[in-house]
Design a protein around this ligand. Sequence first.
Ligand SMILES: [Zn+2]
Ligand SMILES: [Zn+2]
Length: 354
Amino acid sequence: MTRSGLMRAAVLHGKEDVRIERVAVPRLEPGDVLLRTRVALTCGTDAKVFRRGYHAKMIVPPAVFGHEMAGVVEEVAPGVEGWVPGTPVVAANSAPCGECYYCRHEMSSLCDDLLFWNGAYAEFARIPARVVSKNLLPLEEGVDFREAAMVEPLACVIRGVEESWIGRGQSVAVIGTGPIGLMFVALARMRGAHVVAAGRRRERLDKATEMGAEGTVSPRAGEDLAELLRQRSPDGRGADVVIEAVGLPETSEAAVRSVRKGGVVQLFGGCPADTKIGIDSQRLHYQELTIKSTFHHTPESVRKAFRLIADGHIDPNAFITAEEPLERLPEVLGGMASGAAGLKTAILPWGPDR
Ligand SMILES: [Zn+2]
Ligand SMILES: [Zn+2]
């Protein structure tokens, strides 16, 4: 071991309480790999965890957190084959078991035993054996840590686009202009669709336009989002595909109300627990709507995301608007929770030297 046994890490203690502390470097189990974190990206999920002080499924304070990262193999535990210290890599934040009903039927995002790891906001992160064997990828020449760290969210959005059957010439409405909504805009454009983006902030709508949105919609108080989206759709009949990337019941309902007959609604932004949405069952049936709600990624979509970045089809730097040292993470998350204008921030636990 080359380290003192301690590292700097962001520790979540509770609601809006994140402290940078010295904690033990994670211990490895057989098959695990220890990564030196070069870039950890902020994510809306982490801002939510910061605001609430926990994550129902995976984070009980006090705990390290953060899940979008790229770094360098620091140490490999016994039983690890094919990885050597010094290799630059990106790790996805989970891996499916490969054995349950869902894994055996090509639905591994629904794995009964999806294994998550957290702790990207730290000098070192332990990548569990299963993730090492299924979702750890070496970086290629020309891909830097900042770019590679975008693989995880992009892999989720790739699945969202594929599951929504977005194709050439279609009209697509994207509700929400956070990083996820903007990734949908960019990927839908890449597939040759015509995109209208809906959001509130002018700078974000401008960003959507930069990424290829042909129109934007920004409802004012009292205006009906569904109605505005219909007005912007071909012949006013509604878009072929409507993506909800906000995660609120109101916008989910607006998405369903604005799609054309026979269209696809993708409720991608997960709504808070204990919320419900109302859907007009007559419309659902007589207008033959398809409502999907795609969750998470698969080892396959993780690899597709890596290819899109490595081949230069998606530029992660368009989504990363700041770089900060680990010490600034509490302020950065606080800013996100209160609606700061930036997109993703690259947190650099070892400083900017790459
Ligand atoms: Zn994320
Ligand atoms: Zn499984």
